[in-house]
Design a protein around this ligand. Structure first.
Ligand SMILES: *Cc1c(COP(=O)(O)O)cnc(C)c1O
Length: 438
């Protein structure tokens, strides 16, 4: 399997290792598989009977197979990354949740970030870069997942940009307190501003040459491929009778998670349809309804990890639909306002005793509206409710003692943030980068 640059399809193809190391191709083009493999029905049945780790190695091998990384190396990476449970819980007769937040930083991004860190360690055994710089912009959970996944990894410095005062204190403390090889910058601006600074850095020749920049954002194909695995795990946990009947609602910001789900479907996973669920940063739902792509200024919401108005992965989704001859009308969509999110969280708590949080509530609300008689729905729980304790206490008007944070995380709240503050200024940011010590 090779990967090509979406922006320059005629550039030479790269193998998986180089797609991971480069992160992005020329002119910041995203990498995409050169063909879309498909399992036969009986292969799918076999896969769904395997345990999570064994199955994930089989799935990833399809893309990673490059004659350099062995299945055994992939197994090592998978088994040291996917170390936490991925439960499907039924909360009503026809609605279940896939809880993706039991990793070390309590959000689904742990899957992709941890797998990518392990893969880079393996890849570096033969590519032998002397060092590498992970540069990433975060609207919340990416920063924590990447920082924890790469903390103390030799020869790698990590720089994380995030919008100052636009993410929760706990989210910020999760990555800004680690120190060592983890550098964090609070930028005066929103997530799109941070992403733009990162893009500028990637198009700066000197920075690239000197620092071996690598984006660990969901733009990196490695993270997406890791996420394909838990869509298979979800279907494996559902009764076989529900195959082809299940509708999956994906709370979306940069649309990496939905891209991974669609890749899973392209491999033959029997899913009926997906819902692209957003908050009021609804560039994609408006595009799907009107056919015109008109991003607006990003608006802060309770589901802040989804506050993205120019989602990078949308290009990949368009390509997938085109290459598979799927019709965009097969994709359901919707956007949800914060007031409805609050009502939805109370409703879920009162009706099902299920404590949710704003991101999952967006996907649950749209799923509930979409389901018709005989349909079954699954929504993704992308973050642990404990991360949103303050908001939840206010919405539910009680102190939610039952969601106390795991000790290792609650202690972080009292550690001082080591972030530097910076205006939206590329020159200053560039100087910071050139001062990094390896
Ligand atoms: C990142 C994130 C999302 C959005 O995922 P994308 O892959 O960027 O669409 C949703 N929920 C939570 C909790 C997140 O951290």
């Amino acid at each position: 399997m090779k990967f090509y640059n979406i922006k320059h399809p005629n550039d030479s193809l790269v193998d998986f290792s180089h797609a991971v190391i480069y992160g992005l191709g020329r002119d910041q083009g995203l990498f995409f598989p050169s063909y879309l493999p498909e399992f036969t029905n009986s292969e799918i049945d076999d896969l769904l009977n395997m345990d999570f780790i064994t199955r994930s190695v089989e799935i990833l091998s399809v893309y990673i197979n490059n004659g350099i990384l062995s299945k055994n190396q992939i197994l090592n990476c998978v088994s040291s990354s996917f170390t936490f449970p991925v439960p499907v819980l039924w909360i009503d007769d026809n609605i279940a949740v896939l809880e993706l937040f039991h990793g070390p930083t309590l959000a689904f991004k742990d899957f992709g970030a941890r797998f990518m860190a392990q893969m880079l360690i393996e890849i570096n055994k033969y590519v032998k870069l002397s060092y590498m710089t992970i540069l990433t912009a975060t609207s919340g959970d990416t920063g924590a997942a990447v920082a924890h996944a790469f903390h103390n990894v030799d020869n790698i410095q990590v720089v994380i940009l995030y919008p100052e005062n636009k993410i929760s204190v706990l989210q910020e403390k999760l990555f800004s307190t680690l120190g060592g090889n983890i550098h964090t910058i609070a930028v005066n601006g929103d997530f799109d501003v941070c992403q733009l600074l990162v893009k500028q850095a990637f198009s700066d020749d000197l920075l690239n040459k000197k620092l071996f920049l690598n984006s660990a954002n969901s733009m990196n194909i490695c993270r997406l491929l890791a996420q394909v695995c838990y869509f298979f795990e979800a279907v494996a946990q559902l009764p076989p009778l529900l195959r082809n009947k299940i509708i999956i609602s994906v709370p979306s910001g940069n649309f990496g998670n939905l891209t991974a789900g669609l890749l899973a479907k392209s491999l033959g996973l029997p899913i009926k349809r997906f819902i692209a669920a957003t908050n009021i940063n609804d560039t994609v739902p408006r595009f799907l309804s009107t056919g015109s792509w008109e991003p607006r200024a990003t608006v802060p919401t309770l589901s802040n990890a989804m506050d993205v108005s120019v989602p990078s992965n949308w290009e990949r989704i368009m390509l997938l639909f085109r290459n598979k001859n799927w019709n965009l009308s097969e994709l359901s969509y919707g956007s949800v306002h914060d007031t409805i999110v609050c009502d939805t969280i109370s409703g879920m708590f009162n009706d099902y005793s299920y404590l949710s949080e704003p991101h999952a509530a967006v996907s649950y609300y749209l799923l509930r509206n979409e389901l018709k008689c005989g349909d079954y729905g699954l929504f993704l729980g992308t973050a642990h409710p404990a991360k949103f304790k303050d908001i939840l206490d206010t919405i539910l008007d009680k102190n939610i003692a039952s969601v106390l944070l795991p000790d290792c995380l609650s202690s972080r709240i009292f550690s001082p943030s080591l972030s530097v503050r910076m205006p939206n200024n590329f020159e200053l940011f560039r100087e910071f980068m050139l001062d990094l010590k390896y």
